[in-house]
Design a protein around this ligand. Structure first.
Ligand code: PEP
Ligand code: MN
Length: 338
């Protein structure tokens, strides 16, 4: 539930309410708005305790959070969460481009890609070090040496780094190198991994499970948030439907709907969603038109030689075209790239 303090409530009254919540054994999260202070009360059945506050001053109203996800809900926090990744802000009106290879295949190709996407205006470099492949016989990623290459690319280009972590035991290792931990579609309901990422102190990019509902996805975000990590970025990356002409079906409904249901930022991955490089630019534009706070796109110097996801990777020329179209679209929307 949330406790809305009246605009005339004193600091002392706010403090008394917070203390009462803690006495009951629940946790608080304070939002100091310009107009009013809202105290989020966190705990399984918080609303059952509402009468415990009736004798305290300064309270305007006590509102239950009706959604099963609490910390992730728009009811809990009215203002958008802006995740600050070392100065790159995700969740405001500036659209953030994250780009790079599906997998880190070597230092040369990574640096070449990083330099190119940075020069075009990307702010975050993507690249898989641990790859969750459908087949155990497919390329599994270069592991820690790929993480080191990502760190080198960050040093050289100033790009922030996002990379996937696939097991709870690897969270500490990946968090040593990455600026954002990516949790993949195949792990969206790996609760041990969600909790470990929640304790890592790093922002988390949480991909939607390919067969998950939006509610299940927001409940997965709740696992990360409930460990005290507020920095969750949601990522729509396509869901399984009967359609086989594309790799997945990009659920663009999710973008404006998640923005209604949650204060968390949402980005879109049109590469995994479509599986076809030729669809990446149009679907990127559609995602941004629909309100996505950012994009995560696969780019490779020579897509036809890629060790993973070549068919959906943009070459440099296609990436440049995407960036220039994106700038024009954002101009029409009175927005800009971060
Ligand atoms: C990826 O980003 O390369 C990836 C494997 O993503 P997803 O988990 O969405 O399939
Ligand atoms: Mn990929």
């Amino acid at each position: 539930m949330i406790i809305v303090m009246s605009h005339t409530a004193s600091d002392k009254e706010v403090k008394a309410v917070v203390e009462r919540v803690h006495e009951i054994g629940l946790k608080t999260e304070l939002s100091l708005g310009e107009e009013r202070t809202v105290i989020g009360v966190i705990g399984g059945n918080a609303y059952a305790y509402r009468d415990a506050f009736s004798h305290l001053g300064g309270i305007q109203e006590i509102i239950p959070i009706t959604k099963p996800f609490k910390l992730a809900s728009r009811e809990f926090r009215a203002n958008n969460t802006v995740v600050d990744v070392g100065g790159v802000k995700i969740g405001n009106d500036e659209v953030v481009m994250m780009a790079g290879p599906c997998s880190v295949e070597g230092e040369e190709m990574l640096l070449e890609t990083a330099r190119h996407v940075a020069a075009q205006g990307a702010k975050v470099l993507r690249g898989g070090a641990f790859k969750p492949r459908t087949s155990p016989y497919s390329f599994q990623g270069l592991g820690e040496s790929a993480l080191k290459m990502m760190a080198t690319a960050r040093e050289e280009t100033g790009l922030k780094v996002v990379t996937e972590v696939v097991s709870p035991q690897d969270v500490e290792l990946v968090a040593r190198y990455a600026d954002i931990l990516q949790l993949g579609t195949r792990n969206m309901q790996n609760y041990a991994l969600l909790q470990e990422a929640g304790r890592s102190g790093k922002p988390v990019l949480l991909k939607r499970g390919m067969s998950s509902t939006i509610e299940e996805w927001l409940l997965a975000a709740e696992y990360v948030l409930s460990q005290g990590n507020r920095d969750v970025i949601l990522c729509e990356r396509g869901i399984r439907t009967f359609e086989t002409a594309t790799r997945f079906t990009l659920d663009l409904n999710a973008v404006p709907l998640v923005r209604e249901l949650s204060h968390l930022p949402i980005v879109v991955d049109p590469s995994q969603a479509t599986g076809r490089w030729s669809l990446v630019r149009p679907m990127s534009l559609a995602a941004v038109a629909g309100g996505a706070h950012g994009l995560i796109v696969e780019v490779h110097p020579t897509p036809n030689q890629a060790l993973s996801d070549g068919a959906q990777s943009l070459d440099f020329a296609a990436f440049d075209r995407l960036m220039s179209d994106l700038r024009r679209l954002l101009g029409a929307m009175a927005k800009q790239l971060a």
